[in-house]
Design a binder for this molecule. Sequence first.
Ligand SMILES: Cc1cc2nc3c(=O)[nH]c(=O)nc-3n(C[C@H](O)[C@H](O)[C@H](O)COP(=O)(O)OP(=O)(O)OC[C@H]3O[C@@H](n4cnc5c(N)ncnc54)[C@H](O)[C@@H]3O)c2cc1C
Ligand code: FES
Ligand code: FES
Length: 493
Amino acid sequence: MKRDHISFIFRGSRVDLAGFSPHATLLDWLRLNAHATGTKEGCGEGDCGACTVVLARARDGKLDQRPVNACILLLGQVDGAEILTIEDLAEGEKLHPIQEAMVTHHGSQCGFCTPGVVMSLFALHQNARGPVERPEVDAALAGNLCRCTGYRPIVDAAIESCAGPSQDRFAATRAPRMTALSALDDGADVFVGTTSQFFAAPASEDSLAALYQEHPDALLLSGSTDVGLWITKALQTPPKIIWLGRLRSAFTAIESGDKTLSLGAGVTLADAIDPLVSIHPDFAEIMRRFGSTQVRASGTVGGSLANGSPIGDLAPCLIALGAEIELRRGSELRRLPLEAFFIAYKQQDRRPGEYLRRIIIPRPALDREFRAFKVSKRFDEDISAVLGAFHIGLAGRHVIFARIAFGGMAGTPSRAPQAEVAAIGIDLDAPGTWAQALTAITQDYAPIDDARATAGYRSLIARNLFLKTLMEIAGIPQEITRITNFEVPHAAE
Ligand SMILES: Cc1cc2nc3c(=O)[nH]c(=O)nc-3n(C[C@H](O)[C@H](O)[C@H](O)COP(=O)(O)OP(=O)(O)OC[C@H]3O[C@@H](n4cnc5c(N)ncnc54)[C@H](O)[C@@H]3O)c2cc1C
Ligand code: FES
Ligand code: FES
């Protein structure tokens, strides 16, 4: 079954849309076509949150409502969703409770950020099960910049208006909205355009494999938190786009076994949080600081690896754990260690017509320790200068196994071979035995100077992160540098 249009719900009605440019953004459609100018354009790159809207989808029998950055989300990605913008919230003159609280607490001055802030809080409000506390609000707002009001009044408004499960008209109409959304899910392959310029959204992996083999020059699109910027900032106009967001089964499955965790490439970063934390608690901080709630709601595990970023946060962690990836081309499946996927800067071992299907992550054995640290200029919404991940095996108080990987230290996320060898034999109770391995880290990499950090700083940080890891494992008291009072928010209800 094929469909030549996308279908979504907007202002309570179904919209069937064909004939749009494959690289049109949702924000442009909202502002230029639907004249929904309440949604603002600030940075155009997912950083400021002025463009935040909420997408609702029927997922596994539940209404899943997430804030997204409309500036980098492509229009075709709203297929199957309900778009909620700032204009949807008030009923005539009656403000929504979030808006009311923003007024009461003086949460807006120039007002440019306000629609985005309100929509982020609206998503929090819809998903709240009980009273929200400051850390949860901070996480919800990490992707929204306000440059004049200051955040305290906004946080006060959030805490007051999200004091319990939502009882607004959106909560009251969940059932009919679910029914309308379920009716959009027809299982048809979407193909809008011509064979030389199209936006396609296959409904099954077989359809994807066939289409991608036919058009190996097409650009695969997952959450668009990278691709969106190529369009809005690098002004690229990719003519053929295949969106993977409608695939199900293995592509979005989370299989949690005793020995391994398997994440489908299409699992969003938000949905990956709990499974990753079940591997090790350090993933809670890594994922809390991965972009923002909006970025995690759209971005996927597969996209964060397939983009080959040398400063991506997941890759070093998963390499240290010994993860493997599964790729598919046509009906052929191929499996390789994640580290082998990254050949050189932005060059991955992916053949024409091949896509990343799932990631298989071994759980560390009981006699092994894992640590991961992200170092960036800001706590929130910042790309790593360095990310270090350490997987250490012990026999008593001696290191007998080490797998160490870094992001931000080379053109690809990569292991520290000399340090791994030098670490064997370390006596946790004799810090004198650590020196060789600590020095080896600085010899394993030749990092670059850039806007995020100098080469010297990166080398020093890498060494010190290893030292911190050893001190933590050895149980040596140290300054408190870990942030422990945050909660990991959940995008979906
Ligand atoms: C504001 C902002 C903050 C960010 N913060 C962070 C951060 O803190 N840490 C971090 O690591 N990253 C960060 N990023 C980068 C980005 O969010 C992640 O890399 C993200 O996970 C990309 O996933 P995606 O699904 O959006 O990929 P997309 O943008 O859809 O795709 C990225 C690339 O992967 C390819 N691709 C996607 N899926 C597949 C597949 N299944 N098979 C083959 N190829 C595929 C695409 O063709 C494209 O080349 C940030 C981005 C933004 C905009
Ligand atoms: S306009 Fe800044 S995040 Fe979209
Ligand atoms: S009120 Fe002016 S930027 Fe927030």
